[in-house]
Write a protein that binds this ligand. Structure first.
Ligand SMILES: *[C@@H]1O[C@H](CO)[C@@H](O)[C@H](O)[C@H]1NC(C)=O
Length: 283
């Protein structure tokens, strides 16, 4: 390669470099998509950008690659929204930097993308995406059902099921005997999740164990089932998602734990009084 050819190659590379990284083109600074929303809530999705001297052509929002919102300042009307399942845009709360979704439901869960583009001469564009998950809280606590056995003696088999109310994501169940969590090796029976239409999930956890003397404290035994719901941790692509996730998650954990207790049976056996406490978790 001669000097002249090398010089022009360098010039082209420099030109491409400036086209790609040019300091005067628009930048997408931040995408704020709430990682979790309760069913029925209003969700505000923000797309923050800097034009850096460019003229805005359009801001477009997509859910799973389907466009549902467009803001074009030079057209009339400026705002257009398109029919996409699970999306109801509130035009009065939406503009060039945010889009508001009314009454989110399970179908609103998914990956949202904001795409910003500039007019000539730069025609620059930028996009980012993040996931939003809609949570459906159980309407009541879990319930315990079993063999309907009235009398328990040492050596008898306990065979009970704890069933959660419908929720999304799935509730996690734990059995406790006298406030001690029962482990898998001590008689838990795991059943597959029941998935209902609309994606709601019922979880069932069985307890199958033999009544032993150490189960009785002061002549009684307490059985409890606890259901909890924590949002799935999605690993987002933008750092902003991970940052906003931690404080939110703590909050959810406390809120989503459904709790409570009620006495159901008092069973008398010769020389032995067994109390079975059924625990219902209520928020
Ligand atoms: C527990 O639930 C499973 C799955 O629905 C069922 O097959 C089983 O018979 C139930 N056991 C009891 C003790 O109710």
């Amino acid at each position: 390669m001669n000097n002249e050819a090398m010089g022009s190659t360098t010039a082209i590379i420099v030109a491409i470099f400036f086209l790609v990284t040019g300091s005067t083109c628009l930048k997408l600074v931040r995408l704020n998509v709430p990682p979790y929303k309760m069913r029925g809530e209003l969700a505000i999705l923000e797309c923050l950008y800097e034009l850096e001297g460019d003229n805005l052509y359009a801001v477009k929002w997509y859910k799973e690659n389907e466009e549902f919102y467009r803001y074009v300042p030079k057209s009339e009307p400026k705002i257009l929204s398109y029919r996409v399942e699970g999306i109801k845009v509130d035009h009065s709360l939406s503009d060039s930097k945010q889009v508001a979704l009314r009454g989110v439901n399970l179908k609103s869960s998914g990956i949202y993308r904001c795409e910003v583009s500039a007019e000539a001469p730069s025609f620059a564009s930028a996009h980012r995406e993040a996931r939003m998950e809609v949570i459906f809280l159980p309407s009541h606590g879990p319930h315990i059902a079993g063999s309907g056995k009235q009398y328990y003696m040492i050596g008898d088999e306990i065979n009970l099921n704890c069933t959660s109310a419908k929720s999304y994501p799935a509730s996690v169940l734990h059995w406790f005997i006298n406030d001690q969590q029962v482990s898998d090796t001590e008689g838990l029976v795991r059943y597959p999740h029941v998935v209902h239409t609309h994606g709601l999930i019922t979880t069932i956890l069985g307890l199958r164990t033999t009544v032993a003397p150490q189960h009785f404290i002061g002549g009684s035994m307490k059985l409890k089932c606890v259901a909890s719901l924590s949002p799935v941790l999605w690993q987002g692509e933008g750092e902003s998602i991970v940052q906003s996730m931690s404080p939110l998650l703590d909050n959810r954990e406390a809120m989503l734990l459904v709790k409570g207790e009620a006495i159901r049976n008092m069973i008398t056996v010769p020389l032995l009084v067994i109390t079975i406490l059924l625990a219902f978790l209520r928020s």
